[in-house]
Design a protein around this ligand. Structure first.
Ligand code: NDP
Length: 287
């Protein structure tokens, strides 16, 4: 006889505010396609002051794990038992996995971007590449660390607030062979020598149509331009880069792949990223 178990395998998302976050759609589409009928993903509004209690409930309710979003990615590091080496270097976690009460914090954002770089932009060799990142926030940090781990030749960090940019540069100095530059963002930036340009700020987030201040006439068809903003996938920045002949990589891939990596950590199953992506595209088209 089949064993009866009405207790679901629980996963979810802690954030604040979080009610408009559509991650549940892509994770539950993957549960469905793999017939993981007993798995659930719940979106939970957790104010900053309640984060510790919320993380305690992961153990209490034997949740398999959660995603973390704004404002919890840094603070949550205090309340888990183990942090991966990459997440430690990035200084933030976006995924928790619960192994019988032992909580491990991961950061899948940067890995999500790297997967998109390989699968969507077909960039596999980084040792000869020069990248520039606009911004030094959480997403920029995650990507910078993963690019450094993969042995990118050089990284130029461009940021409006000097201290935040220099803090990131300092954290990257542990990578001995990495050429590092910082540019204070108070003028239009030269991009002449860059292979991969990554827009990791919220400039141009819908409905805003601002463009990051760079010298667009220096773009060429050999350059890959990336914007992390996932919706709409073709941002004002990417439109402008396309009209200057550059190659494009949107932020939807990163969003899907970071979710797929978390999904695999929780379920030990490989989800269809096509199905996950389609669920988000459908939502974004209709909202
Ligand atoms: P943070 O708030 O941590 O960092 C924001 C960064 O943008 C800072 O470096 C900030 O500079 C810079 N910035 C913001 N506004 C301006 C401006 N007007 N001019 C110049 N610089 C500006 O945000 P995150 O790193 O978490 O997110 C950044 C972007 O990445 C967001 O648009 C987010 O939607 C996207 N993202 C996408 C993900 C995906 O999976 N596709 C995952 C995570 C994020 P300063 O230090 O000077 O304030």
């Amino acid at each position: 006889m089949k064993e009866i178990d009405f207790t679901p395998k629980l996963t979810g998302l802690f954030g604040h505010p979080v009610s408009e976050n559509p991650t549940v759609l892509m994770i539950e589409s993957a549960f469905k396609s793999l017939k993981l009928d007993n798995w659930r993903y719940i979106t939970l509004d957790v104010p900053a002051d309640n984060l510790k209690q919320a993380i305690d409930t992961i153990r209490l309710f034997k949740m398999r794990g959660v995603h973390l979003t704004i404002p919890h990615k840094v603070e949550a590091m205090k309340y888990v038992d183990v942090i991966t080496k990459e997440a430690e270097m990035i200084g933030a976690i976006n995924t928790i996995v619960n192994d019988n009460g032992k909580l491990t914090g991961y950061n899948t954002d940067g890995k999500g971007f790297m997967t998109s770089l390989q699968k969507d932009a077909k960039i596999v060799e980084l040792k000869s590449k020069k990248a520039m990142i606009l911004g030094s926030g959480g997403a920029a940090r995650a990507i910078a660390v993963e690019l450094a781990i993969e042995g990118i030749n050089s990284l130029t960090i461009v940021n409006r607030t000097e201290k935040r940019g220099l803090d990131l540069i300092n954290d990257l100095k542990r990578f001995d062979d990495l050429n590092l530059n910082f540019i204070l963002w108070d003028h239009e930036i030269d991009i002449n020598d860059i292979d991969i340009l990554i827009q990791a700020t919220s400039i141009g987030l819908y409905p805003n149509k601002d463009l990051p201040k760079i010298k667009y006439d220096q773009l060429t068809q050999n350059m890959l331009t990336c914007d992390l903003i996932p919706n709409p996938a073709i941002t004002p920045f990417l439109k402008k880069c396309e009209s200057n002949n550059a190659r494009l990589l949107d932020g939807l891939g990163m969003l899907v792949y970071q979710g797929a990596i978390a999904f695999e950590l929780w379920t030990k199953r490989s989800p269809s990223t096509d199905i996950m992506k389609r669920s988000l595209e459908t939502f974004f088209q209709n909202n």
